[in-house]
Write a protein that binds this ligand. Structure first.
Ligand SMILES: *[C@@H]1O[C@H](CO)[C@@H](O)[C@H](O)[C@H]1NC(C)=O
Length: 504
């Protein structure tokens, strides 16, 4: 028996030595830091657990509170995963301002060169459930929470410059790209039906098929605000800005063959490399750029500068570097610091009003709703969502409800307004988002430009190969015909190559 245990220990030691990456050795480092004794075990109510309670056979089960704790916790440890962006990975670090932006916004975190703001970032796979392999082809989420001195500012971005749609109703496209309701299997007929019914999806789709759907790792991933944020400076003047996050290590995408090889070796390739790089003292870094517009630009270009399916010519309106985003710390607990990390475009700070487009308006409500459902109405009280850098102590009229309630407002008045020194609002001129007239989506001009002038030959080849591989799985001929026609409108040559590829 003793020899058998010894053998097991040796095997474990060998395995650890063979894969001595930070991710593989986390638990060993924990022990090194804590020493041989992990402290007195307690129940959730703090009662020290006796050794006889750690063995439940031949005893009363109900009287064993340690066992009860375990059983009840097992049954309750899952919360709803996000409907979209369920698989995710997080990193922590800071945003550093390298160019003062006080001329366009009074947002504190964008005023004063050198100012550093702590951040949390979550990268996600837009479609798919938790456990989906990291490198499947598809859009990635890139969400940032800035813990600023004026409260938290959240950005929920994608890794491509545009969103598939601009009308919030078209979120139905997300369903079509996921599982068939009867079979619970991916259904290419549904996915391509929805693409061909929404030609404007082709802009975002083209980026994904051209390689951006399979980034080579978090160190090489891009981020784009898609929304054009309305900003306000101290004088009350309005500007707008789209934002891009360009990896310092360079943009790098994978070919489908490379991606499936890596996926097969390690389904959590991106999460593993990200964790190991950060833990080895190799921070991951992005240049943050603003594409800035003023009211004159808006009057000239119209509401299309707010169209989330479109980009604005960056030769005429260049992206200007304003800062850097650095991830240098891993979460110490995944559930507490990543799974509970809640983003909402509704969370803005003075000087950033949000964006005037309908998609933003819908997301403002929808993201809050999603986290109220997952984490409860008091989810901003969860440590990772708490505005801990705010110079103003949290002072709301929210009371009670699903925990955590923290001090629940203590003994302060719980109704507003009141004449008993409850918190009051500060006085300023009222700013509001401009109201815009949004047109029906049309972006084929930009899609055509993408294929004619932006994509490399290799990227076009990737589009052809990825689209052919997918369309070969579509059963309904009219959907395939329509898809090929769409690509021909985008680019005659690319469309023809797809057509030829399908015949092979
Ligand atoms: C607006 O910005 C444009 C450049 O995009 C500049 O030429 C113009 O002078 C600006 N207008 C105002 C009123 O600041």
């Amino acid at each position: 028996m003793i020899a058998f245990v010894g053998l097991l220990l040796t095997t474990a030691a060998l395995t650890a030595a063979q894969v001595s990456t930070p991710a593989a050795t986390q638990i060993i480092r924990f022990q090194e830091a804590i020493g041989p004794f992990g402290g007195q075990l307690t129940t959730s109510s703090g009662m020290p657990v006796e050794q006889c309670q750690t063995y439940s056979l031949d005893k009363s089960i109900m009287a064993n509170d340690f066992l009860m704790d375990n059983l009840f916790n097992f049954a309750r440890e899952r919360i709803p995963e996000r409907t979209v962006h369920a698989p995710g990975m997080c990193g922590y670090g800071y945003f550093e301002l390298t160019r003062d932006l006080s001329h366009i916004t009074k947002a504190d975190y964008l005023n004063g060169v050198g100012k550093k703001t702590p951040i949390a970032v979550r990268f996600s796979i837009t479609l798919g459930s938790k456990g989906t392999p990291d490198l499947v082809l598809g859009a990635r989420g890139f969400s940032i929470k800035y813990y600023t001195r004026e409260g938290n500012f959240d950005m929920a971005m994608f890794n491509i410059p545009v969103s598939s749609f601009k009308d919030p109703l078209d979120a139905h496209g997300t369903r079509a790209s996921r599982n068939n309701p009867a079979t619970n299997l991916p259904d290419p007929d549904m996915a391509w039906d929805t693409i061909t019914l929404h030609p404007e999806f082709l802009h975002a789709m083209s980026f994904l098929f051209a390689g951006y759907g399979q980034p080579a790792g978090i160190r090489h991933i891009t981020g784009f605000s898609a929304h054009n944020y309305q900003l306000e400076n101290k004088c009350g003047e309005t500007h707008f800005a789209k934002m891009s996050f360009i990896p310092v290590a360079g943009i790098k995408n994978l070919d489908p063959a490379e991606a499936s090889k890596l996926n097969a070796e390690n389904p959590h390739y991106m999460a593993t490399t990200m964790y190991n790089e950060i833990a080895s003292g190799n921070p991951i870094e992005w240049t943050v750029n603003f594409q800035i517009f003023n009211m004159t630009d808006y009057k000239k270009l119209g509401a299309q500068i707010f169209d989330t399916t479109r980009t604005v010519d960056d030769k005429k309106y260049p992206y200007i570097p304003v800062g850097k985003l650095v991830l240098d710390r891993n979460p110490t607990n995944f559930f507490a610091q990543c799974e509970q990390l809640a983003f909402c475009p509704c969370r803005v700070v003075p000087g950033i009003l949000g964006a005037p487009d309908k998609l933003y308006e819908a997301r403002r409500m929808n993201y809050r709703d999603a986290q109220n459902y997952r984490l409860g109405g008091n989810h901003n009280n969860i440590p990772v969502n708490y505005p801990y850098m705010s110079v103003n102590p949290l002072n709301t009229y929210n009371r009670d409800g699903v925990p955590p309630v923290l001090d629940n407002g203590g003994d302060a008045p719980n109704y507003f307004p009141n004449s008993f020194s409850g918190p009051t609002a500060y006085d300023t001129q009222c700013s509001r988002l401009i109201s815009i007239e949004e047109e029906k989506p049309y972006n084929m001009d930009l899609v055509q430009n993408l294929y004619a002038n932006v994509f490399t030959e290799h990227e076009k080849e990737l589009v052809v190969n990825n689209v052919v591989a997918q369309l070969k799985r579509v059963n309904v001929p009219r959907v395939v015909v329509k898809a090929v026609e769409l690509f021909k409108i985008a680019n005659e040559e690319v469309g023809r190559k797809i057509e030829e590829g399908l015949k092979k």
